[in-house]
Design a protein around this ligand. Structure first.
Ligand SMILES: CCCCCCCCCC/C=C\CCCCC/C=C/C(=O)SCCNC(=O)CCNC(=O)[C@H](O)C(C)(C)COP(=O)(O)OP(=O)(O)OC[C@H]1O[C@@H](n2cnc3c(N)ncnc32)[C@H](O)[C@@H]1OP(=O)(O)O
Ligand SMILES: Cc1cc2nc3c(=O)[nH]c(=O)nc-3n(C[C@H](O)[C@H](O)[C@H](O)COP(=O)(O)OP(=O)(O)OC[C@H]3O[C@@H](n4cnc5c(N)ncnc54)[C@H](O)[C@@H]3O)c2cc1C
Length: 699
């Protein structure tokens, strides 16, 4: 289910694409659409010249017969929306770092209002609107409105509540946020201190609360609080609360609300008004508690429905799933910048004084960069699969089949954690890969890092989420002997006995080219780490105590399991028909790089569990090195395939035309410090100092 699903049904009568409003000026030649991105295989060794797209006889085009039926096949939509945003001056973003917080925020409001206007004018479909938001590339209150407020009502509201609230939300007649986190509690949702006490006398609730949410815009919030009726507690539930007047935007009586202040970085996530909210005996009608999981009667009695109470956490599952796909986007963007710049940048070179070497040709650069390129593809594929898993669990829930909910929770939590941690680290690595210029704001990388890194914390701290995965894995291991067959992503555990004994068959470097060999090594590692944790846990009398004591090892086991999922989904993807000469081969190389680089980085796990021998590890490393040489000729094509406009990349270093140095120089002059030749403050501070020194010198 998608965030804004259905909003058009209520809102726009017909769906009309942008048609000829946006020109697609690409040249045509052969290229291949890999799940919404084009892989144009170059024939010039990947060293495309630094001219314009036209000069390069550019590599991208649209050939319908090349399109894969993978879902969602949105290349056209994505391409059109990217161009629409790039060509609209309101969506300009190159000045963000120079704006004050107030200017920045007002500009975000302007962009959001303009985007909404365009969505209506052009009658954009839900998919188009969502792509547009992606390319506008600025965190805004609308993310929370569409991404969490609407899904919370859809997932946790009754039919009647949905009918009342969703049309208002779809038309943006109310704007909502997701107010769950408190000053003192974020991870521990059960520990929230906000209470919602039912008062049967007046048929209303009262609240006391402190949330993280939207500080300046939202008129409404889904607030999470512990329900108390008849003096008894009934766990945490969601409540729709109006925060501000729909007439003058003033907070309603009993509500104190504001922004929590500047966050990490300039620009970055400061376009978002994360807020503080205090309730002082605020009263709301009973029917504003979201009652799909539990109903409160007029008399104050609680009636549990047949859906599991974990559904109250359902919005988080939905968002975690979207975050995995977003990780691929952020990572591919950083990698695109670093790869293009690495082809432009030259340092050192032949002793005979010839042209200097492109830094992308250094093996160290390749060994840092190409695994990140491989990860960008890997996360894209696992993100697609996770979307499928989420849709599947949603459909099952509608049919009262709750059996796959624990797995969906474990997968979304684990993959959110794995991909966001890897992406945040990768963006920083890309910055370093660009040397000194990577530290410039105009490289686009500092802001990308600052805006991305909170993804490791929001929607669940990454360690806390891995502990959830570990809990799920320990449960699975404990049930192995009971006849309950593990399914889905834990199906490999059914072969635990074999995997505990298995010996890796690799004898020469090329043996690592067999997907079955790689898979088995990752399965054996994960199973062995999980079983070792389970055995250690069994030595504790109190399992909760054991879990706390062993939590660092449990996190490692959870990571091993999640990495196995990513590797196996990449391998599965390659079993599909992939049209286009050489495309599958390139993806296979990236898949091996992804897996073997992980193996190299986590060698301790593989060796200590006896999954592979030191000799096999060394062969894997030899093979990895040889794979880098195979990626090199197509590295530029593989990042061009992400089809990012220069506007979206927002990076002088990552420019498509490679015209880096003149543009860096040009950018420097745009800084407000260069508005005057002699800086403001010269007369007050510099001149007296200089004069003083002159006087001292004379003395
Ligand atoms: C028109 C224009 C269109 C434009 C479209 C725009 C779309 C925009 C899309 C943008 C999307 C996103 C934007 C991102 C912005 C992000 C902003 C950030 C928001 C937030 O951060 S919100 C707050 C998030 N908070 C958290 O994540 C808190 C983390 N903590 C928890 O989740 C839980 O407390 C916990 C899981 C850590 C522990 O919970 P607890 O109740 O103590 O649980 P346990 O006792 O451990 O477990 C009980 C059992 O429940 C199972 N469980 C736990 N969680 C879930 C779950 N989510 N689902 C299913 N099951 C769950 C757990 O496994 C236990 O099971 P068991 O008893 O063992 O069987
Ligand atoms: C940019 C941003 C946007 C946000 N947007 C929203 C929003 O829209 N709505 C909303 O409700 N919230 C929002 N949040 C809040 C966010 O969801 C929480 O910050 C997040 O869930 C982490 O919780 P916490 O802050 O309590 O961290 P803590 O739990 O206090 O984490 C601190 C440290 O303790 C560790 N830790 C905690 N528990 C355990 C444990 N059981 N075992 C081992 N280690 C543990 C963590 O790993 C971490 O290292 C946002 C946060 C950010 C940064």
């Amino acid at each position: 289910m998608s965030s804004a699903q259905g909003f058009l049904n209520d809102w726009v009568e017909s769906r009309v694409g942008l048609g000829s409003n946006i020109s697609n000026s690409r040249n045509t030649s052969v290229s291949y659409n890999i799940k919404g991105c084009w892989i144009p295989l170059t024939d010039n060794g990947g060293r495309r010249s630094l001219g314009s797209r036209e000069e390069q006889g550019s590599v991208r085009c649209r050939r319908d017969e090349d399109r894969l039926g993978w879902f969602p096949p949105h290349f056209d939509v994505s391409d059109r929306m990217a161009r629409l945003v790039a060509s609209d001056p309101v969506f300009r973003k190159d000045n963000r770092a120079m704006l004050s917080r107030k200017e920045l925020f007002k500009n975000t409001l302007r962009k959001a209002a303009h985007a909404w206007k365009r969505i209506i004018e052009l009658r954009l479909s839900e998919e188009e609107a969502s792509e547009m938001r992606f390319y506008v590339d600025e965190p805004a209150f609308t993310d929370l409105h569409w991404g969490m407020f609407v899904p919370a009502i859809k997932g946790q509201g009754t039919e009647e509540q949905q009918q009342k609230w969703l049309p208002l939300a779809y038309k943006m007649q109310i704007i909502g946020c997701y107010a769950q986190t408190e000053l003192g509690h974020g991870s521990n949702v059960q520990g929230l201190e906000t209470t919602a006490t039912f008062d049967p006398e007046s048929d209303e609730f009262s609240f006391i609360w402190w949330p993280g949410g939207l500080g300046k815009v939202s008129t409404h919030a889904v607030v999470y609080a512990r329900l108390i009726t008849e003096g008894q507690e009934h766990g945490v539930h969601g409540f729709i609360v109006q925060l501000r007047s729909l007439d003058d935007h003033m907070p309603l009586p009993g509500i104190t609300v504001g922004d929590i202040g500047m966050k990490f970085g300039t620009g970055a996530y400061n376009t978002m008004d994360n807020g503080v909210l205090r309730f002082d005996n605020v009263r709301i009608p009973r029917n504003q508690m979201l009652m799909r999981v539990m109903r409160v009667t007029r008399e104050g009695k609680c009636v549990q429905s047949n859906v599991p109470r974990q559904l109250i956490y359902g919005t988080m599952v939905y968002v975690r799933q979207t975050i995995v796909s977003d990780a691929s986007s952020a990572l591919s963007r950083a990698v695109c910048i670093a790869t293009r710049y690495s082809a432009v940048r030259r340092q050192f070179g032949p002793q005979d004084g010839g042209v200097e070497t492109q830094v992308i040709d250094y093996k160290t650069q390749q060994s840092r960069l190409f695994p990140l390129l491989a990860s960008a593809y890997a996360f894209r594929f696992v993100g697609e699969w996770l979307k499928w898993l989420y849709l599947d669990v949603t459909q099952r829930l509608q049919a009262n089949d709750f059996s796959t909910l624990p797995e969906a929770h474990a997968c979304t939590a684990g993959l959110k954690s794995l991909t966001t941690s890897a992406t945040a680290d990768a963006i920083e690595e890309c910055r370093k890969l660009c040397g000194g210029h990577g530290y410039l704001s105009s490289s686009g990388l500092p802001e990308l890092f600052a805006v991305y890194v909170p993804a490791c914390t929001y929607e669940g701290d990454n360690v806390v989420l891995l502990l959830q995965v570990a809990r799920f894995l320990m449960k699975t291991v404990s049930q192995l002997g009971s006849g309950k067959k593990p399914v889905g992503t834990t199906a490999y555990m059914a072969r635990a006995e074999d995997l505990l004994q298995s010996r890796c068959s690799v004898q020469k470097a090329e043996d690592w080219l067999k997907p079955s060999v790689i898979l088995e090594a990752f399965e054996a590692r994960a199973v062995r780490m999980c079983v070792a944790c389970a055995q250690s846990l069994s030595k504790f009398q109190n399992p909760e105590e054991g879990f706390l004591e062993l939590s660092a090892d449990l996190v490692e086991a959870a990571i091993a399991h999640c990495q196995l999922i990513v590797v196996s989904k990449f391998i599965e993807k390659l079993q599909q028909d992939i049209p286009g000469k050489g495309v599958k081969q390139q993806l296979q190389i990236l898949c091996y790089i992804y897996a073997l680089n992980l193996l190299h980085k986590h060698l301790g796990d593989f060796l200590s569990t006896g999954c592979i021998t030191p000799k096999q590890a060394s062969l894997a490393n030899d093979h990895l090195r040889s794979l880098y040489s195979k990626v090199r000729p197509n590295a530029i094509a593989l990042v061009d395939a992400f089809n990012y406009t220069d506007h979206f990349l927002g990076s002088v270093l990552g420019r498509y035309d490679g015209n880096v140095y003149p543009k860096l120089y040009e950018e420097a002059w745009k800084d407000p410090l260069n508005d005057s030749v002699v800086p403001d403050g010269y007369q007050e501070y510099i001149r007296p100092m200089l004069k003083q020194q002159l006087r001292n010198a004379r003395l």
